[in-house]
Design a binder for this molecule. Sequence first.
Ligand code: ADP
Length: 503
Amino acid sequence: MSAPRPLPAGVGDADFGRALAGFGDAVGAGHVLWDIAQLLPYGRIMLPLPDEDHQPSAVVMPASVEEIQKVLAVARRWHVPLWTVSTGRNFGYGSAAPATAGQVVLDLRRMNRILDVDAELGTALIEPGVTYQQLQAHLRERNIPLWLDFPAPGPLVSPLGNTLERGGGLTPYGDHFQHACGMEVVLADGSVLRTGLGGIADTTSWQAHRYGYGPYVDGLFTQSNFGIVSKMGIWLMPAPPAYRTIMAQWWQDEDLGRAVDAIRPLRLAETISNFGTLANATLMLTSMAKREEVYDGLGAIPIARANEFAKARGLPPWVYLFSLYGTPEQIEVDTRLVKRALEPHGATLVLDVDDPLQRNELSLQAFTLLNWNGGGGLCWFSPVAPNRGTDVVRQTELARRIMDAHGVDFMTGMTINGRDILNVMPLVFNRSDAVETALVRACFEELLTEFAAHGYGFYRTGIGFMDRVAELHGRAGHEFALRLKRALDPLGILAPGKSGIRI
Ligand code: ADP
């Protein structure tokens, strides 16, 4: 059989063959994939980028920390780069594919044990391959009254992978990294670090206390390539005695600014502790219509057209969907506070909405987004705004102008926090159309440049755009990351290019 292509950068055929044999010794030959057909799913991306720039050379699937250490020894010996994924379903940010062609995907899905759930403290210790579905089933089968917080593609993905990307969900535990407690990390040299209180022999409090003693380093292993995280603690929310999901609707496109300004005090006071989403009509339409039903003209869907189509189906230009939690009495009081805060600012409220995600049910409903034009292209543009109407309106106008110029439909589902907003915009496109794909890529690059020029940064980005985004966030931060990288991984074998970090 011929050797797989591409090869890792700088590694010849013969050495790569030796590395594959070494990986086989480390994890068992059946857990090393290198046949082109087997690699296909790992190179499948949704981004507006050429497939060949992100094809892995092989996949290695260890089942334990010891096997990771053996794989690392082989990678160091032959200078083979390893791109680590937990479940590899980072859809719209690169899925399982590496930042550069030829890296070996280190797929941790076989490490899928739930090591501990403490029902009293509301904590869990999990391995990388554990999915939200699996953890949810574990809790439900044992009648443990704890809620998981999961991101939109919840059932399929891993709490560990999502947290390392600093992803989020909807409940008060929606900032996942803020609810991570203790990591086990295998470093490039094979040594094993346990963060927080994990270093105490027979530790009793690893998942209970986040910081430990001395520098708090957990953040260094998020959105980075300084180690392979092999275990992570997470906190789980006590199931609330009651909750009420509310939809606040604003009926004019121009209401966006006042909607944001009206919501902010409720989030800051934590009257609304849920990480609710403020979505525009076009995003909502993706769950009920196909694009061609809404618009068959040239270019991006005109906002007026999307809003008119939505209004005919009872949906306004802007919808904020969120939940209140507590006892029924608390919820009554909070409902009054919400009404008092939002109704004078143009909102109409629909109480007791039934939404699976807000009900803490895992659902694949978010994937209806991909049916919009059935073209398989998805690329998330994720700028951050301060939580102020003027900034959000400015971002929206800027994004609409750039997207219109490239024929891309404007959609947003903003996560409203206390002080900031993650203005998460999916660029949905037909990836089999080369012209459209090129336009989306150009659009995305212009969005990055223009938003940074207006003083906005980004909460996350996908492969192919990481170097650019790192550059936009400033030289000193990048230099600092490089110094850490040189110290921790002098051969540069861990995920070169992740977040723009490479030796
Ligand atoms: P999910 O499938 O949960 O959305 P992935 O497994 O695709 O997430 O992981 C997302 C990204 O996080 C990967 O591309 C990689 O950069 C990083 N990552 C995931 N798991 C690990 C891990 N165990 N150690 C280090 N980095 C990881």
